[in-house]
Write a protein that binds this ligand. Structure first.
Ligand code: S3P
Length: 434
């Protein structure tokens, strides 16, 4: 098992983070559906995106890297039945979106995943797909992987999402493309809209009307569209570790360049500003998914309340927010975030336990937690477990840099799913780890 020791350090400087995980995976799927060869700059080569890319290649697409540029040659929609089970690794996005894309294709596909992905609920996508007429078997113990999809002709549905989930929304929209008749999804709160933005960029018709999103069904022929060249912005959720780490250090400064600034992803910036950090953004590119620069100047932070519509737009940042909340003066209350319990780990339980190991007072609730700051951080006596969850490992590493003794994190290989360069970037920003 891989472990890392993080030493106390002062962070700051300039960084460019790897490509967005959500966008890279959607591009892999849509480029596999397109006719012709797409050229993609900035594609994430982390494990999740590579699992999705390999899966679409097992379905008939092909890829090659020319230096850092990825070329994907699509199938025009005629996916072939894969010779083997698709191993989706740790990727929830890959698994759930691909299930939607394949439910209306005339092939049978089985998907499996690693221990963390095999615990995650798949009933949330099986339910709407089955309403569309899909034949899906979830053979795990609790509506979990392995999943077998026997493709059939689908019919369009009108579906109110029971939870704010971009993965479920995207799954239903992708399935809707191959259905007979229109498909509409209604979200309870706005979630990340990369799928809708990519549909628009590729010329796939999509109608966005507030929280109601519709696609016309193209029947079994599916939508016909040509490959296109696309640039993937830097992953805001990867940048978030450095943004939060610097925001909580009075006087420290950070510049993040070419990072995604889709406003459905950047609610962390609003939270940190409320907490007292100085943050400015500059938009440099606004074709499809906006991209730009984030400047951060750290300060003594103050506690805040986070809930409601804000939650889906910072869902992946809540672990690192809870970490730096320990340094803020006053209570930070997180509510309406029950989805955190079904991520790569139960992120509420994991962060609460780890914060306590640092001597922080935390109270847990079913849908969030309250962190009481400012804490005088203790050095955890035992190594901290990631539970195979990349964002737990990286959040703990950020907090570890604020202690006065080294902190050991166990099971850190998972960081490679989204941010293989994380440890190098920690060093680039003045941190120390081994
Ligand atoms: C993602 C959506 C979010 C997020 C996940 C990636 C996506 O999950 O937590 O890391 O790519 O659509 P949910 O949609 O399940 O909330």
């Amino acid at each position: 098992m891989k472990s890392k020791i993080v030493y106390p350090s002062v962070l700051g400087g300039e960084i460019r983070v790897p490509g967005d995980k959500s966008v890279s995976q959607r591009i892999a799927m849509l480029a596999a559906l397109a006719k012709g060869t797409s050229t993609i700059k900035g594609f994430l080569t982390g494990e999740d995106a590579m699992s999705t890319l390999k899966a679409v290649c097992a379905l008939g697409a092909s890829y090659r890297f020319v230096d850092d540029v990825l070329e994907i040659t699509g199938t025009g929609g005629t996916f072939k039945e894969p010779a083997n089970t698709l191993d989706m690794g740790n990727s929830g996005t890959g698994t759930r979106l691909l299930a939607g894309l394949l439910a209306g294709r005339p092939i049978t596909v089985t998907m499996t995943g690693d221990a963390s992905l095999s615990r995650r609920p798949m009933g949330r996508i099986a339910a709407p797909l089955q309403q569309m007429g899909a034949k899906i078997e979830l053979t795990g113990e609790k509506g979990t992987l392995p999943m077998t999809i026997h493709g059939t002709q689908l019919k369009g549905i009108h579906y109110e999402l029971p939870m704010a989930s971009a993965q479920v929304k995207s799954c239903v929209l992708l399935a809707g493309l191959f259905a007979d008749g229109k498909t509409t999804v209604i979200e309870p709160h706005p979630t990340r809209d990369h799928t809708e933005k990519l549909f628009q960029a590729l010329g796939i018709p999509v109608d966005v009307n507030g929280l109601e999103i519709s696609v016309p069904g193209f029947g079994s022929a599916g939508p016909q569209f040509a490959a296109r060249d696309i640039t993937v912005p830097g992953d805001f959720s990867s940048a978030a570790f450095w943004i939060a780490a610097i925001a909580a250090r009075p006087g420290a400064e950070l510049t993040v360049r070419k990072v995604g600034l889709n406003h459905r992803r950047t609610a962390l910036l609003d939270v940190l500003k409320r907490m007292g950090a100085q943050i400015e953004t500059e938009l440099t590119d606004d074709q499809g998914d906006p991209m730009g620069t984030v400047f951060v100047r750290g300060a003594q932070l103050y506690g805040t309340e986070i809930g409601g519509d804000e939650i889906p737009n910072l869902i992946d940042e809540l672990p690192v927010i809870s970490a730096i909340a320990a340094l803020a003066d006053g209570e930070t209350v997180i509510r309406d975030a029950e989805e955190l319990r079904v991520k790569e780990s139960d992120r509420i339980a994991m962060m609460a336990a780890h914060l306590r190991a640092f001597g922080v007072e935390v109270s847990e609730s079913p849908d969030g937690m309250t962190v009481h700051g400012p804490a005088v951080l203790k050095t955890p006596v035992k190594p901290l477990a990631s539970d195979g969850d990349h964002r737990i490992a990286m959040s703990v590493a950020v907090l570890g840099s604020f202690t006065d003794q080294p902190v050991t994190i166990d099971d850190t290989a998972c960081v490679d799913t989204s941010y293989p360069d994380f440890w190098n970037h920690l060093k680039q920003l003045g941190g120390n780890c081994e």
